[in-house]
Design a protein around this ligand. Structure first.
Ligand SMILES: [Zn+2]
Length: 332
């Protein structure tokens, strides 16, 4: 998650004397999305059952290990760039030569700063007329060491939970869909956003591009910090800068497909990439690993290491991601 101080240039600083609605009046203009969510019965249990069985904690572990091997994945470091390119190669290896899958590295700077991290966009195209409707799952691609503030781009930043964990989850969800030859009706997109910790750089860029192009994004899932379960495993649904109908839908998915309860929890500011999508009116939800305030105390430190995370919790988020994508993408 990005800290409130860094975000201040992008979102107004919270003033506790002013109500949330007064602080963020764009909430009032937020479009209503009766498109899918209200009162709908889930319908993909039979398709999902074998896919959920296929989720591998070993593969989640391998993905996290491969990411934390980089000394850091800081936006401005050469390893931040190299780690994202290596991660993109894994998507390409899974996709092989399928013509309905695109793997795109989206640069955010001109050629005079070639070492800066790009964002990754992986598109699994839908079929017939519904292919123009998109369902997005995205996650930060970078990390930061707040102890040093990354004054030196060689400072260590393992970022196992924040956020190799989210990257591992979307890679595993993508693998399962492709290897089980799932052909969605709607287009599914898997995104890793550059520079989340430095001002939601990648997600602002992508969501603004989609707004300008008029891309029909039906729903966005934000994942970040998926493997720190705290004392009592649960799913914390972030209740601010998200869309309430998506949160309600996520609650329904947790109750149906997971073995833990959900709680609602507020950041108090636009603490991750969901805020960039919501600012532009796209419906977004953000399930998080633990109630905010009781969440991972090692985030942004050199102690955010692989021995402090739970792959069982990561498996829950992979289940939730697969359920979110299929329940939204497979029906007419
Ligand atoms: Zn963070």
């Amino acid at each position: 998650m990005i800290t409130a101080a860094v975000l201040e240039p992008y979102f107004r600083a919270p003033d506790p004397k002013v109500s949330f609605e007064a602080r963020y009046p764009e909430q009032d203009n937020f479009p209503k999305f009766p498109w899918f969510f209200a009162g709908r019965k889930l319908s993909q249990q039979l398709t999902l059952a074998p896919l959920l069985e296929d989720i591998s904690t070993e593969r989640l572990r391998q993905s996290v290990e491969d990411l934390v091997k980089f000394n850091n994945r800081y936006y401005r470091s050469s390893t931040g760039r190299a780690s994202l390119i290596a991660y993109a190669e894994k998507f390409k290896a899974i996709a092989k030569d399928r013509p309905d899958i695109e793997v795109i590295l989206q640069e955010h700077v001109s050629a005079d700063a070639p070492r800066v991290q790009p964002s990754l966009i992986v598109r699994l195209k839908g079929r017939d007329a519904l292919a123009s409707e998109h369902i997005v799952v995205g996650t930060p691609a970078d990390c930061i060491n707040s102890v040093t503030g990354m004054a030196n781009v060689n400072d260590p930043c393992p970022g196992a939970d924040d956020n190799a964990s989210g990257m591992a989850v979307i890679l595993e969800a993508f693998r399962i869909l492709v290897e089980n030859d799932i052909r969605p009706l709607r287009t599914l997109e898997f995104m890793a956003y550059a520079g989340e910790e430095l001002g939601l750089i990648g997600s602002h860029y992508v969501s603004e591009s989609y707004r300008l192009e008029g891309t029909d994004v039906k729903a966005v899932l934000q994942l970040e910090g998926t493997m720190y379960p705290g004392a009592e495993p649960k799913i914390a649904l972030v209740s601010d800068f998200t869309h309430p109908e998506i949160s309600a839908f996520l609650g329904q998915l947790v109750t149906t497909y997971l073995d833990v309860p959900f709680v609602m929890s507020a950041c108090g500011y636009g603490c991750s990439d969901h805020a960039a999508w919501r600012q532009r009116g796209f419906p977004v939800g953000f399930p998080y690993s633990e109630t905010i305030g009781k969440d991972n105390p090692y985030a942004h430190t050199p102690q955010d290491t692989i021995d402090r995370i739970s792959f069982e919790h990561g498996k829950r988020f992979t289940r939730l991601t697969l359920a979110f994508l299929l329940e939204l993408a497979m029906h007419r």
